[in-house]
Design a binder for this molecule. Sequence first.
Ligand SMILES: [Cu+2]
Length: 119
Amino acid sequence: MRTRRAVLALLVASCAAPALSQEPRRLDIQVVGGAVAPTQRVAKAVRGETLLLRVTSDRPGALHLHGYDIELALKPGVAAEATVTLRAAGRFAAYFHAADEKPSKRHGPALFHLDVLPK
Ligand SMILES: [Cu+2]
């Protein structure tokens, strides 16, 4: 019980002060059928923070984070990762591009938005 409480306290501390941590904060995104759960549609971060973006997908394709121009190749069963230091504040849209989609296809709705708040 004591251990459990200590772990909880640690979790709370690391969530409350992401900008002060030197370790990248992990942002897990699960793409299922080309979409994410409603709770993952907006991710919040603070400028200056370093994120470890970790993405899984049940379909092959790519995740494209506009603005930061990060493209992650996605293969089912393999987590794709990118580390990014957030130097620009604003709202950035991420899209899922299916492996079989035509290159000319225009973007549909965003997979999720990354809100980077100025300090
Ligand atoms: Cu795109």
